[in-house]
Design a protein around this ligand. Structure first.
Ligand code: AMP
Ligand code: MG
Length: 391
């Protein structure tokens, strides 16, 4: 059994990097950007009015001004604004030459047709200057970020319509166990439904990788081996669940050994998730995850997801939020690092989920995150600060 940190380091060593592809930016949500995005223009591209109002000379705001033009957004002004003149202007329109401020329409009155007067005392310029946000040639998005909706807006604004992104990691999912049946079926007296396979499928999708479903393998070395080989052929990462404990029908470690993979570890000092196997074969990575759904969920989040993201060239790190415990927590044994599902209450405090063991998948339903309790720690006091990792 190796400590969590050691296991994590073994997984994150010599990570094979996925190739790149170009896709339309509008469907790039969640993908890892694999180029710097450069602005092809100044933003704003011209001196732009931030208000609906009247563009004039600041020194004239205490005078009655003649309205010489109306400038809607999208139109190029034709008239230069001179002394005692103004142009009616809409938000987003080009500020005409001669004007150095825009009086808000709400702060004006019309003393006679074709004239306007400012009713306020002083005004801001209300002009966004050309290049004030971004200059031509500036890097607006960096290589290695995971694309969010706001990044898509940035790409749109600089005309980056076909960014280079990472190819998705293909991740195969295989459940094992003679007792496991597909969710459509009502399980017999000795059976349970395959919840893991679909949970992993969804976790893979949430990591912006491509899941491939390989069904359920019966508990025999030959059957498991055949499907694992096929999955290793077709995928970059293969996830097996179940069959990794010490039972008579837990074939996975033996099969992986027979296949000639390099097994880096078979058990990790974490709770839940102790029977986690990790091995490599060339650029392929294979995990034998525990059969229990909570353990399988956890081990995906703490081991598989970071690997997948790095394989796609992501250079970020998972955020954690530092929050106080809402109540005391105690555990008896402390020889393993514990990863606990927690809820963040309306009071902004952290509450461990009621959790009866690693098969208790419903404990995860209301969880917002996980916290880690290191080896040796048995207690968290009420009010003690903990790092919550969102899930
Ligand atoms: P194993 O590692 O095969 O001994 O499985 C440990 C526990 O997890 C057993 O209670 C299994 O029935 C359960 N389990 C294994 N695979 C799944 C699965 N795909 N979905 C739900 N529970 C599972
Ligand atoms: Mg089993």
């Amino acid at each position: 059994m190796i400590p969590f940190n050691e296991a994590f380091e073994l997984i994150m060593q010599d990570i094979p990097l996925m190739g790149v592809e170009r896709i339309n930016f509008s469907i790039s949500l969640g993908r890892v950007l694999r180029q710097d995005v450069i602005s092809d223009l100044d933003m704003p591209p011209f001196d732009k009015s931030a208000m609906d109002g009247y563009a004039c000379r600041m020194q004239d705001i205490d005078k009655t001004l003649k309205v010489i033009e109306v400038i809607p957004a999208g139109k190029i002004p034709e008239r230069f604004v001179s002394e005692r003149e103004c142009s009616k202007i809409m938000t987003g329109a080009i500020v005409p030459g001669g004007a150095d401020c825009v009086m808000k329409v709400e702060d004006t009155e019309v003393p006679e047709e074709g004239y306007v007067r400012y009713t306020g005392h002083a005004t801001r310029s209300n002009i966004a200057r050309k290049g004030e946000d971004v200059k031509t040639g500036a890097v607006v998005l960096r290589d290695g970020l995971q694309i969010q909706p706001q990044h898509i807006a940035v790409m749109a604004s600089v005309g980056c319509v076909e960014p280079f992104v990472s190819k998705m990691v293909r991740v195969g999912v295989l459940s094992t166990g003679d007792e496991i049946v597909e969710p459509e079926r009502k399980p017999g007296p000795s059976q349970i439904r395959n919840s893991n396979g679909y949970q992993l499928f969804a976790q893979i999708m949430r990591s912006s990788a491509e899941p491939v479903y390989y069904g359920i393998a019966e508990d025999s070395a030959a059957a498991t081996r055949e499907i694992i080989e096929k999955a290793m052929d077709e995928c970059d990462v293969v996830l097996l669940t179940g069959g990794v404990s010490m039972g008579d029908f837990d074939f996975i470690p033996g099969v992986l050994d027979d296949l000639g993979t390099e097994i880096l570890f078979k058990t990790v000092a974490i709770q839940p998730g102790k029977p986690t196997v990790f091995c490599k074969m060339n650029d392929k990575r294979i995990f034998g995850l525990p059969g229990n759904p909570v353990s399988s969920f956890n081990t995906f989040e703490i081991f598989v997801r970071p690997l997948i993201m790095k394989m796609m060239g992501w250079n970020g790190s998972f955020p954690t939020y530092r929050l106080p415990m809402g109540k005391k927590y105690r555990r008896k044994k402390s020889h393993r690092m514990s990863w606990m599902p927690v809820m963040i209450g309306g009071d902004g405090k952290v509450y461990p989920m009621e959790y009866h063991g690693s098969a208790h998948i419903h404990a995860l339903s209301d969880a917002h995150g996980m916290i880690a309790l290191p080896v040796g720690a048995t207690e968290l006091k009420e009010g003690e600060m903990v790092n919550v990792r969102p899930i």
